[in-house]
Design a protein around this ligand. Sequence first.
Ligand code: SF4
Length: 357
Amino acid sequence: MSGPLLKVESLTKHYPLGAGLLKKTIPVVRAVEDVSFSVEAGETLCIVGESGCGKSTVARLLMRLTDPTAGRVLIDGADVAGLRKHELRAWRRRMQMVFQDPYSSLNPRLTAGQIITEPVENFERLSRKQRNALAADLLQKVGMSPEMMNRLPSELSGGQRQRLGIARALSLNPSLIIADEAVSALDVSVQAQILNLLLDLQQRMGIAFIFISHDLGVVEHIGHHVAVMYLGRIVELAPCEALFARPVHPYTEALIAAAPVPDPTRVRQTAPVEGEVPSPVNPPSGCAFHPRCPLAIERCQRELPPLVPMADGRVVACHVRAPVSEASKQPIVAGISQPVALRQWNLHNQLFVGIHG
Ligand code: SF4
């Protein structure tokens, strides 16, 4: 099958606040606004941003744990909203999730073996022998001894519990795993082990990941592409190396500046972003980042900046750093002529994840 494994088009989620019986307009939390991206098989897209930026809501929308207000999610070109019941079940097998807190996401009364095989047994009956063989195989895949299959989650360390969560996610042989802050509750040394495990599984099994994190050090280690979200919108989406080498959006720049620097001799070029994230119930007009942006101009308060494709394959929403007039003069990604790339952008409102291989 050609084309991206996952394509997200203009995904939007608003949560109404209260019933509003006597009010003409009901206030809404604008959790996700017009988010589009695509993910190729075997790639990792990281979604980053401060707490409350909408990244976890995107994960919930992709998993159909909540319905979108608008927009589409396509897997292998098929719109998930249009799938019939049996097709939806098959689709669910293909996308699995790993959660931040392995302890609260695992049933404390089930053994490791039961936790791992439970998703498969929702689809098919397994004999005891098949169950044990599957559990042993998956435990080995995540670097644990098969002898641990009879242990309860409380008898495992934090790192082992997260490995168990990954083994459970692998049990249905998914094409895509969404990892929501999957290593943020772990010690740094255990984090590194889990990240290396994910990279290894990706290489061996060709799994795509959507990796949601606030930790840019982790993202730099694992991502192929990075989407930076601010107050529900993507403000920059770029190949990982390019993003860290040259952040373009002022918010991306500030996030990278705020990340801990392992080298004490490295001097920060930019000040970390100051102030609080505004309320998603009443976001600022124009560019929502303008109250915190050191580069803001008058236009930023009036007009929402569009996401503009840049010469190196990234897209950026900023009137100052990615003005439409300037970007339209630039050639786009290698191998794609500028008019074609812009036409694709305009017609499909699609981000260029995976196009520039
Ligand atoms: Fe800053 Fe204006 Fe760019 Fe928004 S559009 S990031 S406020 S310069």
